[in-house]
Design a protein around this ligand. Structure first.
Ligand SMILES: Cc1cc(=S)c(O)co1
Ligand SMILES: [Zn+2]
Length: 258
């Protein structure tokens, strides 16, 4: 039985096969704005994405993921809390079965309906997979989704969902600019954490944007038409693919803004 989000294979069980689930820098966390310390030394995020690096969109059985060509520096993150240059590898989402939950990070206990993760890897290493297990290997930009007006930039993504409904489905997906999914204001919180899915490597510098982007309730419903299950298996709706907040264990959360 492989890991998932059900009572018998979900976040409460992951520690059985991935003991680091009880580690000292696990993600996500509850971000308490009043306890975050403003750090004037934090630089603004510098994100530059080249839509021509967009390759395909995939249902990997845990989320919907858009993958990028990472053989050049043309889609990358610099500055912010990191040093060096991190290349964009993929982005994906976590969401709930209803609009009242779905994000992984929470803000003073508040859950958002979904959370976008833009995954970047440190080019001091030779590849994503080499970087993925290093303490400074990854930088993930998290963006909350809140319910509001229809988001035209999500539409292109959502239209592809019908062709990747079940686990293992993948289709080419070109010329998508992930910067269209970023909020106008790039104020952020940052802390040292981990992947939020197994293998839960403690390799992520988390960069969580304070400002959410919007999605309509109908657009959120579209995410919920995806399936955890493969073609031919009993259909199992892909919902609640989020890990709940983990203990802070003394970590500092810094804010790039006052
Ligand atoms: C690499 C990676 C990062 C995150 S946050 C995730 O959910 C899955 O895979
Ligand atoms: Zn994620």
């Amino acid at each position: 039985m492989s890991w998932g989000y059900k009572p018998n294979n979900g976040p409460q069980k992951w520690v059985e096969n991935f003991p680091i689930a009880d580690g000292v820098r696990q993600s996500p966390i509850d971000i308490v704005p009043g306890q975050a310390s403003y750090d004037a030394g934090l630089k603004p995020l510098n994100l530059k994405y080249d839509p021509s690096t967009c390759l395909d969109i995939l249902n990997n059985g845990h989320s919907v993921q858009v993958t990028f060509a990472d053989d050049t520096d043309s889609s990358r993150l610099t500055d912010g809390p990191i040093s060096g240059l991190y290349r964009l590898k993929q982005f994906h989402f976590h969401w709930g079965a209803s609009d009242d939950k779905g994000s992984e990070h929470t803000v003073a206990g508040t859950k958002y309906p979904a959370e976008l993760h833009l995954v970047h890897w440190n080019t001091k290493y030779a590849s994503f997979s080499e970087a993925a297990s290093k303490p400074d290997g990854l930088a993930v930009v998290g963006v909350f989704l809140k319910i509001g007006g229809e988001n035209p930039n999500l539409q292109k993504l959502l239209k592809a969902f019908d062709t990747i409904k079940s686990k293992g489905k993948q289709t080419s997906f070109a010329n998508f600019d992930p910067s269209t999914l970023l909020p106008g204001c790039l104020d952020y919180w940052t802390y040292d954490g981990s992947l939020t899915t197994p293998p839960l490597y403690e390799s992520v510098t988390w960069i969580v944007c304070k400002e959410p982007i919007t999605a309509s309730s109908a657009q959120m419903a579209k995410f919920r038409t995806l399936l955890f299950s493969a073609d031919g298996a009993a259909p199992d709706c892909m919902v609640n693919n989020y890990r709940p907040p983990q203990p802070l264990k003394g970590r500092a959360v810094r804010a790039s803004f006052k």
